[in-house]
Design a protein around this ligand. Sequence first.
Ligand code: E4P
Length: 219
Amino acid sequence: MKIFIDSANVEEIRKAADIGILDGVTTNPSLIMREGRDYKKTLKEICGITKGPVSAETISLDAKGMIKEGKEFVKIAKNIVIKVPMTQEGMKACSIFTKSGIKVNTTLVFSANQALLAAKAGSYLVSPFLGRLDDMGQTGMELIEEMRQIYDNYGFKAQILAASIRSPQHVKESALSGADVATIPFKVYEQMFKHALTDKGIKAFLDDWDKLQKELKKK
Ligand code: E4P
């Protein structure tokens, strides 16, 4: 499974790239709002950090507007993927982008039928929002399982991008359910590295090493 960082924070993205576990990045208007920076300049910086797909989200509600925005975004770098919402206009834009060789991430997907339509419109990535479904008392992970089955039944090439991830548990279950990609907030990415027994184990090894050095000095 590929690991993307779900962030518009350049420092976070750089840290993940330095660790060497970073396959791409997703951004959205809320994430860039948090940074308070110019969207295109930020996207350019992000594309300088990773060669993986970097999703840039359109804000127009009509296909014409999405296409205009998307054509500007793709000028930024070769690895830009255009994010469009799962609406009729979004899918119209998706079909047009796909036919002209521009990759699309269909976002705000909450049902298997929406995921089917997004794949048929030629989406490169399709983003089911796990956390937001869980927030409503539904089970987001079931959607990933349904999507996996539908895409495999018909050989759809669209990649399932597990989005709206809130915990390491979401990441693990996405991997078990066959998601192709998980886009992860940096805080969750950092949590994934941690285990109390790892810390305890390191401490025990270092304590024993120190003990040995002291004993050797006595000899
Ligand atoms: C990523 O592409 C999505 O925009 C993001 O994961 C949404 O996450 P949220 O539901 O936490 O806002």
